[in-house]
Design a protein around this ligand. Sequence first.
Ligand SMILES: Nc1ncnc2c1ncn2[C@@H]1O[C@H](COP(=O)(O)OP(=O)(O)O)[C@@H](O)[C@H]1O
Ligand SMILES: [Mg+2]
Length: 348
Amino acid sequence: MLPLALQRQIASPDHTSQRDRSLAETTFQAMNTFVRSIEDQPDWQISGPLIRSRECTIYKACSVGAGLELAVKSYLAGINPMASVKQAEALSNCRDTMVGKEKKYAVPEMHAYDRHQGFLAMEWVAGRSLHYNLWTLSNKEQSLFRVGRWLRVFHEASGIAGVEEKSAKYLGIVEKRIGDHPARLSAEGPDHALFVSACECLRRAVELELSFEAPHAVSHGDFTPFNLMISKERVVGLDIWGTQRKPILDDLIRMMVYLTLAYPLLTRQQRIDSSNGFHQRISPLLDGYGLDLIEPDSLHFKIALLSEYLRRWLIIARRSRTFVEKAFDSYQLAQVKKLIVPLLDSIR
Ligand SMILES: Nc1ncnc2c1ncn2[C@@H]1O[C@H](COP(=O)(O)OP(=O)(O)O)[C@@H](O)[C@H]1O
Ligand SMILES: [Mg+2]
């Protein structure tokens, strides 16, 4: 007898073809066996898919008998075979330091993981994402401050230590993206000249400062507004990829670029600091992290920031989207161009 949720799932309009129906049935049966391996209770209810993304789908599994509410992340076969392995490793690395309901800055507790099926079961995290908070009337500065704190606690969990880093890495990130589809660079449109001169500026800056000493820690790897859940009591980081030590600024800069490009309610009518292109309202993120370890005026910070802006520019310009999404992408591209200009001026 299939769980009720599975019967609903199979009947849902999402899965009309025979092939999809049997795929959903197989996934649910495998997931049912998987959650029963955590605790063998007859009352497991699996619902979903609740969220679908490029690489995975999220289901919710609950059992009153086991007293558990879990998020089960199911990785799609063949896209990134190492994804579940990396996330499981990243979560278990901070089990001692950031797991537990009493932790104000936490990661979800992992309950089980099946590499072959690509299933990862973790604590279901209540709350709203930072992304949600930034699009609503909530206190955005406070959310950013707490998210900055979260990152500091996360970095400290693996120990922060100064290491020499090569600036060419940041140029390499952009060159690799261009190299993936060089023929399509012309599709970057009428502002192509700005893109080319920004790359040139990045190249020159890298030559000026071939390497720099920077604090390193195990990185989050995808520190974006979608991957932080915020509630009154806790901030919980999701979707942790990083198992490698990297400059702490890599995580911060990924977030800062997202914040300045994709959140009009956050950055509207705010003064842009001409030295680094930041909006004043981004600063709670840095304050929360602690300014003792960040040098936003340094050349290496600007190199990393410019590299991330150019990387996002290429991603946004090249993705295929629906009509409405395209309008928002145009807004983001206009933002990149607006923000890159003062940044280039401050590097030159
Ligand atoms: N443990 C969890 N508890 C509650 N919601 C979650 C949990 N894990 C993921 N989600 C939700 O699913 C979304 C996608 O999960 P995520 O792990 O970020 O996968 P992706 O790699 O697709 O970004 C998250 O942005 C969040 O809204
Ligand atoms: Mg995510």
